[in-house]
Design a protein around this ligand. Structure first.
Ligand SMILES: [Zn+2]
Ligand SMILES: [Zn+2]
Length: 180
């Protein structure tokens, strides 16, 4: 689990940053891509501190936040938690997930893999920020997707970016391919 962002591994994080002045706090800092808007204006990046502390309602919701309640039900089967505990977990997960920077790979949407009732941790791009073995990774996506047939090794030198994830609970690993 990332200490800075729960769903991004700490060791690869700096490679997705850009040194610039943060539109929100005006300090020169490592900025990450995230869409934030308030009555004063809009910016598509922010520093870590602002991402963590600006009001949640200013941050654009991610496409798949609607599955969060299902994830909580999956993690805590019926009868194991009270309604108010469930609500608290849902709010916490939503907060954590929305405050996760948008990956540069995720151009079209945020199909962030999930497992064991939680979102998984992004551990890198195949061939660039991740250079380990690929045999443990399972395809995440439609079963009839061409990318699945090609496999990571075949796609790695192409134009499409391959993002790798690890479950924070059972350690299953997943890969997705984002067409550019
Ligand atoms: Zn800032
Ligand atoms: Zn899992």
């Amino acid at each position: 689990m990332g200490q800075v962002f729960t769903y991004i591994a700490d060791d690869i994080l700096p490679q997705y940053a850009e040194m610039r002045r943060c539109d929100w706090c005006q300090t020169e800092s490592s900025l990450y891509r995230i869409n934030i808007e308030n009555s004063q204006g809009f910016s598509d990046s922010a520093c870590i501190n602002c991402i963590k502390t600006l009001p949640l309602r200013w941050i654009y919701p991610k496409d798949n936040e609607r599955i969060i309640a299902q994830l909580i039900d999956q993690r805590f089967p019926k009868g194991t938690k009270s309604q108010s505990q469930r609500f608290a977990f849902t709010v916490e997960l939503c907060d954590d997930y929305r405050r996760t920077p948008c990956l540069p790979n995720f151009i079209q949407n945020d199909d962030w893999p999930h497992c064991c009732g939680d979102f998984t941790e992004f551990i890198g791009d195949a061939g660039t920020t991740f250079t380990g073995l690929y045999n443990e990774f399972e395809w995440w996506g439609h079963q009839d997707d061409m990318a699945r047939e090609y496999g990571i090794e075949q796609l790695i030198d192409g134009e499409d970016r391959i993002s790798l994830f690890k479950c924070l609970h059972c350690l299953r690993k997943f890969w997705i391919c984002q067409y550019t």
